[in-house]
Design a protein around this ligand. Sequence first.
Ligand code: MTE
Length: 340
Amino acid sequence: MLIRIRKGWEIPDSQATPETVFLNRRRLLKTAAAGSVMLGAGGLLAACDDDPAQAAAGGDSETASAAEGGDPSAKLYPAPRNETYTLDRPITDEGLATTYNNYYEFGSSKNIWQKAQALPVRPWTVTLDGMVEQPMEIGIDDLLAKMPLEERVYRHRCVEAWSMAVPYSGFAMKALVDLARPLSSAKYVKMTTFENPDVAGGQRAAWYPWPYIEGLTMAEARHDLAFIATGLYGKPIPKQNGAPLRLAVPWKYGFKHIKGIVRFEFTDQRPKSFWEAIQSSEYGFWANVNPEVPHPRWSQASERVLGLNEQVPTLLYNGYGEYVADLYKGIDPQQEALFM
Ligand code: MTE
């Protein structure tokens, strides 16, 4: 297989996108033998080539938002803004943030927002289990009724070196951890996305290790910044952005921000995430943003801000170092790939 390695900003999204990782040879050959993937020119490595303007052309922002009509939680938004968190850039245009998405369950291009509308988000049951005092299943609306909702403006930095700034609504993840009552022996939270290949066509692609999995340490999950987003732009969060609940940990690369979560499992085993299972040399457990640690195939020194058509320098921990650097004190970066 021929991969043209480009330098830094020569890399278009089509090559930087996590799907285009160099799938391990055995998996690729197995899949090719099964005839389920094209390995010719393009093939897996040319999964998408869409820029934000083209993706947005798939539907205007009004349509993308209108698709949210009828959500029973609509009355909960807008939630009061928590002013602790501020931005160093304008809020990204809603039409852009809701039509330029990564959600491989619905395909590998950025233009999946219409396909994502097929996902039923009611009823939606969230399981809290594993190393907890008492496993629990709770419907999303009952969960929302228990949680103190607020709005936070967060920067979002994708590992593909684009970024945006969005107003999420939702609740601090530590409130969910408190509800779950984990045992003191629990060291990690493993999160799992829904599985429904009938509506999520991407999940019919057998070469991915579905379902999407992500994990945090207990200290990260209890950190003030770790947020469960259930709303966006003062409305219920759109399906393409992860309805009815997704993670927002803004000091980490976007692939940690798991969407459409159905399960939080408390465990003493470090979870292996979706992208780590695909290519551990490119996507690790910690995935903290660091401009000085390049992705093996491109630089992370700067980022393209969606809507501004501007490259800006990327900041350590995506600018949230004052809040989170302490979490990693005492961890030897030679032993742990904290920034990948
Ligand atoms: N969650 C699931 N279940 N599936 C995905 O493909 N993509 C991740 C993350 N969460 C993804 C996911 C990536 S790579 C990014 S950058 C963000 O979602 C994008 O979030 P956004 O579409 O709201 O910008």
